[in-house]
Design a protein around this ligand. Structure first.
Ligand SMILES: [Fe+2]
Ligand SMILES: [Fe+2]
Length: 234
């Protein structure tokens, strides 16, 4: 199935100090993601477009992780009521999402990236998605995870690929990425792998048995793609 090979991404939002967030200029434009010097090689300086890429990547990632925690929060009680043996798995996935959210909350605060303005909308949408697929049953809940993680996995993978291209560019100039950007790359890779682990768990737990499978998965994936596109800008 394409969802296994294709890694995609979903997305959503956050924002309370919204107006203030909009007023605060992103320091990505002033900072170079530099941390402590690690070697004698000159550091690769990001251009404006690259800084904007990171700015929007962090905004989307933070929003998506928030949505993921809300989906599991709404889904878990219904799923484990009829399938108590899934409690540890649901908790494991929720705990990882909460860890991802905490990571991106710290990153957007550190780099003063404004959260998406769409947070209230994504909050309702993610909760509804979790609740409704939970009501539909275990298979639908797992199909939801499969769909979301297919989109998310691809999204993180695209980000990893982009930063790797910067690394290659840096090497061709005899430079290197600064340590903070290297750490960010490692974080994106780790989280991508954890999302794909969730995708595997979902398929192992009969996501493909959901009925109606195709319309359900397709509409969720489309919703994720739309949310990502909007959150990248808004
Ligand atoms: Fe996550
Ligand atoms: Fe996930």
């Amino acid at each position: 199935m394409s969802s296994f090979t294709a890694l995609r991404a979903h997305r959503s939002a956050y924002s309370r100090p919204l107006l203030l967030g909009f007023l605060a200029p992103s320091t990505l434009h002033h900072r170079q993601y530099h941390a402590t010097p690690s070697s004698s090689k000159p550091k690769y300086i990001l251009n404006q477009k690259q800084r904007e890429f990171l700015d929007s990547a962090l905004r989307v990632n933070q929003a998506g992780e928030l949505a993921a925690t809300l989906i599991y929060t709404a889904q878990t009680p219904q799923v484990v009521r009829s399938h108590p043996h899934l409690r540890p798995l649901m908790k494991h996935m929720y705990d990882q999402e909460a860890g991802h959210l905490s990571t991106f909350n710290q990153m957007i605060a550190k780099h003063r990236v404004r959260p998406t303005a769409m947070y209230p909308v994504w909050e309702v949408a993610a909760t509804f998605l979790g609740w409704s697929t939970g009501v539909m049953g275990r298979e639908a809940a797992m199909a939801c995870t499969e769909a979301v993680e297919t989109e998310i996995g691809t999204h993180y993978n695209d980000q990893v690929r982009e930063i790797l291209s910067w690394e290659a560019d840096a090497e061709s100039r005899g430079e290197e990425l600064d340590e903070e950007l290297q750490d960010m790359l490692a974080t994106f890779r780790r989280i991508r792998d954890e999302e794909l682990e969730h995708l595997d768990h979902a398929v192992e737990n009969d996501a493909k048995e959901a009925r109606p499978y195709d319309p359900l998965v397709n509409v969720i994936r489309l919703g994720c793609q739309t949310a990502i596109k909007i959150s990248e800008r808004v």
